[in-house]
Design a protein around this ligand. Structure first.
Ligand SMILES: [Fe+2]
Length: 555
């Protein structure tokens, strides 16, 4: 069975393809259109479809639109209610519903040859749930979805047994933990539905002095759901305009919002465990990208193991919708092997790009070993390898790398990326060395948890230790990422550190680099010393080879 999944209705448009139970491809439209999050989540953009990512999914599998058995659309207009009835102030919501109703015809226009009757609506939160429950390495599992909103709800708690979902609780709108966090994001002068992770980072600089007041309005109801009552944000802290300085007061509000969100999630997880008695929990929905909350659920919650869909935001509903239809047909895809589901290029194609761009390049015997030498010499490296990541985190396919032993490298990377100085960068670590340095959920291949950095290591890797002594570690396993593991092994041999700094390969306000042209444009426009693109090494003019580099044959 050939199933295409699409997410289109709010933001993070994306497409995914499943053939005979296997995940073949998944990609976000932003990586093609170069517009972050694909579009703003406004009703009048709901018609915009992930046209380029859907076409690429089909092309990569050698399929035509008419070859598809089904297309999953991760929003069901039949499940919607008028916004006013749901207590939402959104005068154009009907437009979103209308566009969703016409989606089969729109998709048939976008993908000529597609039969509109192949399009199936999958409820938004069931698509999120499938992206977690049917992709986790658990078999049967409890599942929790929490986001801003779907059709008429903002949450789902349930369990998967034999590939089928049983819904145990669902919180109707307007109550929404995701919208609560979005409101705080906007009040703090950031872009809502986009910059929530900045609030999470800011939270660790503050104290939760407003948490008690907020918890009277935002709390779990003891029956699997919760309440988020209207909040007089200005009575707590005056609204910050974008660009205004961040103060301790802003950090305190961020800290309070983070604390209350975590408290509610912990209650929801405990309730769910009381219903299922399971040991494993799978999570998705935008709130599940909050790695600080996830770690608290792991630390204080009742489940032994937690797996989070790496594309936990709405992009992941493209994959989840397709998984749900495949499972309903008895074709269970099995656990998701990794998140490297996007575009990739052959060595020959990459070399042709370098020749077109007329950059001098080398082909060292081992790109991993050569880059380890560059990093040990404190160069900033753009690392472009293999297929791109599905989801918002750079996991070693499209990464910016640096030496973790120099604290000033945080500022160097934030300068490359044009980011705020309070934003941390994360470590990637050899899986076998992780437990000595990072305490918390391990392995951690998707960077969805934070870890406490062992005190003995904090001074050794200061660039990646956040102000509260934590780090968001990614563990690297040689079986799934051999070249990355080789680079880390060689870096350890040179420096004694099995860790490098990893942040996403992009510049301010832009989506992550995806194709070779993006990589070359980013390399050409940002103060990056070296580009490792496939097996090739490109140096910025004037940047000498690192001493002892394994870089050999030139071109
Ligand atoms: Fe969602």
């Amino acid at each position: 069975m050939r199933v295409l999944g699409v997410n289109a209705v709010f933001h993070d448009p994306a497409a995914a393809l499943i053939v005979d139970g296997q995940i073949v491809a998944a990609a976000e439209e932003e990586r093609f259109s170069r517009r972050k999050h694909g579009k703003r989540p406004v009703p009048f953009s709901a018609w915009e479809l992930p046209e380029q990512s859907a076409a690429w999914c089909l092309e990569t599998a050698g399929l035509r639109p008419e070859d598809l058995d089904a297309v999953a659309y991760s929003y069901d207009p039949a499940d919607c209610r008028p916004a006013g009835e749901m207590g939402l102030d959104d005068p154009w919501d009907w437009l979103r519903i209308r566009y969703a109703q016409e989606a089969p015809q729109f998709l048939a226009e976008a993908l000529p040859g597609l039969d509109p009757s192949a399009v199936r609506y999958v409820r938004h939160h069931e698509a999120h749930a499938a992206s977690a429950g049917l992709a986790a390495p658990f078999g049967d599992t409890s599942v929790l979805v929490c986001d801003g909103r779907g059709e008429a709800a903002s949450h789902l708690a349930g369990r998967y047994a034999g590939g089928r979902l049983e819904v145990l609780a669902s919180q109707p709108l307007p109550h929404s933990l995701g919208l609560f966090y979005e409101q705080a994001t906007a009040h703090l002068g950031f872009l809502h539905s986009s910059d929530e992770y900045k609030v999470m980072a800011l939270a660790s600089y503050g104290t939760p002095r407003f948490a008690r007041e907020l918890s009277r309005l935002v709390y779990a109801d003891g029956a699997g759901g919760f309440r988020t009552e209207p909040i007089g944000w200005d009575s707590l802290v005056k609204r910050r305009q974008p660009g205004e300085p961040l103060t301790a007061e802003h950090a305190d509000l961020a800290s309070s919002v983070q604390r209350v969100t975590e408290d509610v999630l912990l209650d929801l997880v405990r309730w769910l465990h009381g219903q299922t008695g399971g040991r494993e929990l799978a999570m998705a929905g935008g709130v599940a990208l909050n790695c600080v909350a996830n770690s608290r659920l792991h630390r204080e919650g009742p489940f032994d193991r937690i797996w989070i869909q790496p594309a936990a935001g709405d992009a992941g509903t493209a994959l989840g919708g397709a998984l749900q239809l495949a499972a309903a047909a008895g074709e269970i895809a099995g656990p998701m092997p990794d998140a490297y589901l996007g575009r990739g290029w052959t060595d020959q194609e990459l070399e042709a790009w370098l020749q077109t761009a007329a950059w001098p390049y080398e082909r060292p015997a081992s790109i991993g070993a050569a880059i380890a030498a560059e990093l040990a010499a404190d160069r900033i490296v753009a690392w472009f390898q293999g297929r791109s990541e599905f989801g918002p985190r750079a996991l070693g396919s499209r990464s910016l790398l640096a030496h973790p032993g120099r604290k000033e490298n945080l500022d160097r990377l934030n300068a490359v990326k044009g980011r705020e100085e309070f934003r941390p960068v994360a470590p990637m670590v050899l899986a076998e060395a992780a437990a000595e340095i990072f305490h918390g959920p391990l392995p951690s291949p998707y960077m969805l948890f934070v870890h406490s950095v062992d005190p003995a290591w904090r001074d050794r890797i200061p660039a990646v230790v956040h102000v509260d002594g934590t780090a968001r570690a990614q563990t690297v396993d040689g079986t799934t990422q051999p070249e990355l593991a080789r680079m880390l092994t060689e870096f350890r041999a040179r420096t004694g550190l099995p860790v490098v700094v990893n942040t996403s390969l992009n510049t301010a306000g832009r989506p992550m680099v995806d194709d070779p042209r993006d990589a070359l444009e980013c390399f050409g426009s940002a103060p990056v010393d070296v580009l490792a693109i496939g097996p090739f090494l490109v140096r910025r003019p004037g940047s000498p080879a690192a001493g002892g580099s394994a870089a050999g044959a030139g071109s």
